[in-house]
Write a new protein. Structure first.
Length: 431
């Protein structure tokens, strides 16, 4: 999955010691893992937890390894696994939960947590678990599942974009620390007649190019990213950001429709391009192709460090579960150091930990370490329901200016109008 911009999330972890169970069958598990968890379930003993649970995850290898390791600790819990994509779970839980055929545990992407809360499908955390996770997991990631002071989800993994560079093509030139330095390098490197460009990225991707706006102080939906009446695309910060974005046109002079994933990130993965902007989903193919590359935080713009969107996968316990003890214990295990190690070994994903030193493999991954360099300058995508109306509006800023279809000011107006029309269709208004 390349990004987490289309899914929904919700949550909970370990609650109390109940005795309700529901009928299920166990799925086979084939993988194993080792290491000791620093995050233990809240129950008095693992033997006290039993019964049946159904879990919805999106990767067979990951799920089977988790189940096998979980059952070594909780031998009295029978786990049924079903492969359900994180983009589908929220809607399915809302339908299947009331019918008694939904999961006890599921994962969702964080950016539609607001819709999950509206649907009432998430069981809240008890206070002891909130206290347990605060010093361990990223604050911004935890905030995506916090409503009115209560925690309704736990971040299992996180991701954000960063700056990819080809060490061989860069040669003796230091890795640029500013986009102005990138432009200077491009002036020497580029050969337009050969379609040779130093930096390629998906120009009109509203998720990726958002950083141009933040470099000048813009934060979509206000400073807390929760004010749908104030998306901010008509601000002076956005004007400056789009103008700087457009300043790259001489250094990547292609039509916006030609800046596809294959022509940008794919070209980097083939070793053809010195620089690209991507997330961890771009790592594996570059490694397979033998590209000698590194990853670091985004270069500065006008002396400012750009901020980017972050996406989190949230572990959730359904409010319709009939076995909260076992369900919370399973999610708790997912975010333990042992669970994070299993996740890395089977999926290569980055745990939402403040400190990854105790996660074997992950702590030595130089590529994810580069992704993590940008993490302090990453904000989880907004979780208000109106984020669904955000993407096309924000994309208009980039689409219509790059090909000179609109001036920057007109593109700003186009973004606001696009958003207002989408809001109206959803029965809402900024007025």
């Amino acid at each position: 999955m390349k990004r987490l911009i289309t899914a929904l999330c919700g949550a909970a972890l370990v609650f109390a010691l109940g005795s309700c169970t529901k009928s299920a069958t166990t799925s086979g598990s084939t993988a194993s893992s080792s290491t000791t968890s620093s995050v233990a379930p809240a129950a008095t003993s693992t033997a006290a937890i039993g019964g049946n649970i159904t879990i919805w995850l999106d990767n067979d290898t990951w799920a089977n390894a988790l189940i096998e390791a979980f059952n070594r600790r909780y031998p009295n819990v029978k786990v049924t696994y079903q492969n359900v994509g994180s983009v589908d779970t929220r809607g399915k839980v809302s339908l299947d939960g009331p019918a008694g055929i939904g999961p006890d545990v599921f994962i969702m992407a964080h950016d539609h947590m607001g819709n999950a809360m509206i649907d009432g499908i998430c069981e809240p955390f008890p206070a002891d678990l909130v206290a347990k996770y605060k010093p361990i997991l990223l604050d911004a990631s935890l905030a995506t599942a916090t409503f009115d002071g209560d925690l309704y989800g736990v971040p299992v993994s996180t991701e954000n974009i960063a700056f990819f560079y080809n060490k061989d093509l860069l040669g003796d030139t230091p890795v640029p620390t500013s986009f102005e330095e990138v432009q200077a390098f491009a002036q020497r490197w580029n050969v337009p007649s050969e379609n040779k460009w130093a930096l390629r990225w998906q120009l009109d991707d509203a998720y990726v190019s958002y950083f141009f706006l933040t470099a000048f102080g813009m934060s979509v939906f206000g400073p807390n990213m929760d004010d749908y009446k104030n998306p901010g695309w008509d601000s002076d910060a956005v004007r400056q950001g789009v103008e700087f974005y457009k300043s790259f046109k001489p250094y990547y002079n292609v039509n916006i429709a030609d800046a596809t994933y294959d022509a940008t990130v794919g070209a980097f993965q083939r070793g053809e391009v010195p620089f690209t902007i991507c997330g961890p989903w771009g790592i594996e193919d570059a490694k397979k192709n033998g590209v000698n590359f590194g990853i670091t935080k985004l270069p500065t713009i006008a002396g400012n460090q750009p901020r980017v969107f972050a996406g989190n996968i949230i572990g959730a316990v359904s409010s319709y579960s009939e076995n909260f003890d076992a369900a919370f214990a399973f999610v708790d295990f997912m975010v333990s150091e042992e669970g994070a190690t299993i996740q890395y070994n089977t999926t290569g994903k980055l745990a939402a930990y403040k400190n990854i030193d105790n996660i074997p493999g992950l702590r030595d991954d130089v590529y994810l370490a580069g992704i993590q360099e940008q993490a302090p300058f990453a904000d989880p995508m907004p979780i208000i329901p109106e984020v669904n109306q955000m993407w096309d509006a924000q994309k208009a800023l980039f689409t219509f200016t790059w090909d000179d279809q609109l001036t920057v000011a007109d593109a700003q107006k186009k973004a606001m109008d696009t958003y207002d029309i989408a809001l109206s269709a959803a029965g809402k208004s900024r007025n």
